[in-house]
Design a protein around this ligand. Sequence first.
Ligand SMILES: NC(=O)c1ccc[n+]([C@@H]2O[C@H](COP(=O)([O-])OP(=O)(O)OC[C@H]3O[C@@H](n4cnc5c(N)ncnc54)[C@H](OP(=O)(O)O)[C@@H]3O)[C@@H](O)[C@H]2O)c1
Length: 249
Amino acid sequence: MDLQHKVVWVVGASSGIGAALAREAQARGAKVAITARREAELAEVSGGAMLVLPADVTDAAAMVDCASTIEHTLGPIDVVVIGAGAWNTMDILSWDTDAFAETVQVNLVGTSNAIGAVLPSMLRRRTGVIAGITSPAGYRGFPTVEAYGATKAGMLNLLEGLRAQGNQHGIHVTTIAPTAVRTRLSSASRLRLPFSIDPDVAGRAICDGLERERVEIAFPHRMALPLKLIRMTPVRVWPALADRLTRDR
Ligand SMILES: NC(=O)c1ccc[n+]([C@@H]2O[C@H](COP(=O)([O-])OP(=O)(O)OC[C@H]3O[C@@H](n4cnc5c(N)ncnc54)[C@H](OP(=O)(O)O)[C@@H]3O)[C@@H](O)[C@H]2O)c1
């Protein structure tokens, strides 16, 4: 798939990976629409060249309105990349149920809201790409990462199931799994992962993967396989390793 002339909607595009991805897709000739809550940041990312649709991903009706505006303004959505993400550090000594719920609402329910907004048209047309930005934090449980990790594990599961259903209807589902991209969100997290990259490198990797119609886009490559292998670490051994990866910097 060539991104040129494709209609691409990036959800969570006011900063970080989403912003870089939107700019890269636009540079490749895509017609890009961007969504997040911060309007001024969206306008800056757009540079006047994208359709700016401020909205909260936790609002299902607002997501439907965005999708409808894009269809009427740019044409049917070819690709949606869902990357709206929230981070909350969890502490066993002061368990914050509100923070946990907010993380689930943005990362997991928000993903479902954006999927629900694009599905009717994609199903009708029997075409379209739904891509979600998950994380290796969903591969295993990390201390203090319980909220974020649970949502990313949920997304991995959600996208895998949706891929199997989508295959029956001409809809391609892509799982994006970046490791350590230097953004606002990663600086708030306590995961210590090597080989961190800048958002523009991530934006290029995602566009390359979308154009190659990958089912999974995991980068940087030298981290992708080792992180998958942590899934096989025995349950009894895992807590000590997880602790090392999340100890205070
Ligand atoms: N950085 C990494 O190393 C890394 C690794 C793996 C996965 N990821 C994932 O990559 C995605 C992008 O994160 P990032 O690292 O680029 O961090 P970021 O710069 O903080 O970007 C997060 C984006 O999500 C948007 N967002 C948050 N809550 C929202 C809401 N309720 N409604 C709509 N948009 C919302 C933010 O915009 P507003 O605040 O303006 O709404 C922002 O555009 C996230 O899903 C994250 O989990 C990141």
